[in-house]
Design a protein around this ligand. Structure first.
Ligand code: PMP
Length: 414
């Protein structure tokens, strides 16, 4: 309703979704449906593709061209600098694991406990200083400053969440990068949740790396990316030693490629890269409309849920923070798993319940071991879906104990 029709047509999500029942998709934070432009790009590539960087035949040369153009398009999407590297990976988890593999010995890594496990865990406990869950944007900056001031490590890397996957709050990325720079620290942005919703400009922000996933950006599974400075990447051993990563192998000595190829061993997911680039190109043209569309729906959802007795919305940095359209909530007296089952079974609404791969954050804000329901808005969400979700939760609260569901330890709610 809030998206101009011409934009909706180009993005194409409604076209894809008309083939399904009018499903209310509130799970964009997990994975997004593919755009029509992405489907078209894949359709064009599938009949033609050949091996990448490995053949003299026409299909191989054409596919190599597409793959390398995808690199350029993805770099442009995040404002990469001319000498930045764009390395294709499987997803954000893989991209951050790649960077962790390349972090030079003696580097101290700083990450908030509120981070997604993909951003919190790859650095190893010994090298990683975990900062407490902050209670505001300025608290996050302060926690970082204190930790950096206390560190005498030779190298430092700060892992910054672009937007939180539990609360949708946009982190004070610019301020955190500025603080990191004061102490000579490098920065990487986990943009898995930010990239689908906001413009990112690496050059303008002065961040060193950014990581994100295609499947959260209206492209299919299996392709993600790490974009940024090449020095640490070129100094490290190959992430996936093998064909493609090697310039020359002799008995006595192996010469590895530098650049992206060094870490992209094996035949690459070229179709995934083409799909990811198609999504980047389309989203890049529509950042403002997307932001407006999602903000209006998120407002509607927040206001609706707040009006229901017993519904509590979750916040970490404060409700006034910019948000990418994620609303996480609990309903007093109801197991979040039951809430999401009822919403799915009775209203055709997809939400997610659980701890969202951010256990330390959920323990801290919900209570040890507690879970919540997450509704995440995106391009497949419409205003009437929001109305349906709010109605569903309201009726659930009103229905009270008459609900016809049973709980079993091994199968959960049925
Ligand atoms: N970081 C954040 C903030 C996320 O939300 C996710 C996905 N839930 C990831 C990293 C990991 O992404 P992927 O599963 O695609 O590797």
């Amino acid at each position: 309703a809030h998206l101009p029709l011409t934009v909706a047509h180009e993005l194409g999500v409604p076209t894809v979704h008309r083939t399904v029942v009018d499903a209310a998709n509130f799970d964009h934070g997990a994975t997004t449906p593919a755009l029509v432009s992405v489907r078209d790009a894949v359709d064009a590539a599938l009949p033609t593709y050949g091996s990448v960087h490995r053949g003299a035949g026409l299909p191989s040369r054409v596919t190599t061209g597409w793959f390398e153009q995808a690199r350029v398009t993805v770099g442009e999407f995040v404002g990469a600098r001319p000498d930045d590297e764009v390395v294709f990976t499987r997803n954000t988890t893989d991209a951050l694991a790649l960077l962790a593999h390349c972090v030079p010995r003696g580097t101290q890594v700083f990450a908030w406990e509120s981070a997604h496990h993909a951003a919190l865990l790859p650095w190893g406990r010994r090298n990683c200083t975990r900062l407490a869950v902050p209670n505001s944007a300025s608290d996050a900056v302060q926690l970082l400053r204190s930790a950096l001031a206390a560190s005498d490590a030779r190298g430092k890397l700060v892992v910054i969440t672009g937007a939180c996957n539990v609360t949708g709050e946009v982190w004070p990325v610019r301020e955190l990068i500025a603080a990191a720079k004061e102490y000579g620290a490098r920065t990487v942005i986990d943009a898995a949740q930010l990239a689908p919703h906001r413009e990112i400009d690496l050059a303008d922000l002065g961040a060193d790396w950014v990581a994100f996933s295609g499947h959260k950006l209206y492209a299919p599974y299996g392709a993600g990316v790490l974009v940024g400075r090449r020095d640490w990447l070129d100094l490290a051993s190959p992430y996936l030693p093998g064909g493609g990563a090697t310039a020359r192998v002799r008995h006595q000595r192996i010469t590895w490629h530098s650049g992206a190829a060094r870490h992209e061993g094996g035949t690459p997911n070229a179709v995934g890269a083409i799909a990811l680039a198609a999504a980047c190109a389309t989203l890049r043209r529509h950042h403002e409309e997307i932001e407006r569309h999602e903000a209006a729906l998120a407002d509607q959802l927040r206001t609706g849920l707040r009006s229901i007795p017993g519904v509590r919305l979750v916040s970490v940095l404060g409700e006034d923070r910019p948000n990418v359209g994620v609303v996480t909530f609990t309903v007093d007296g109801y197991d979040p798993a039951l809430v999401s089952l009822v919403l799915s079974d009775e209203y055709g609404i997809s939400v997610r319940d659980g701890r969202f791969c951010a256990h330390l954050l959920c323990d801290s804000i919900l209570g040890d071991g507690s879970t919540a329901v997450r509704a995440s808005i995106g391009l497949a969400t419409r205003a009437h879906h929001v109305g349906r979700l709010v109605d569903g939760v309201r009726r659930l609260v009103e229905a009270g104990p008459t609900l016809d569901y049973t709980y079993d330890e091994s199968t959960g709610w049925t």
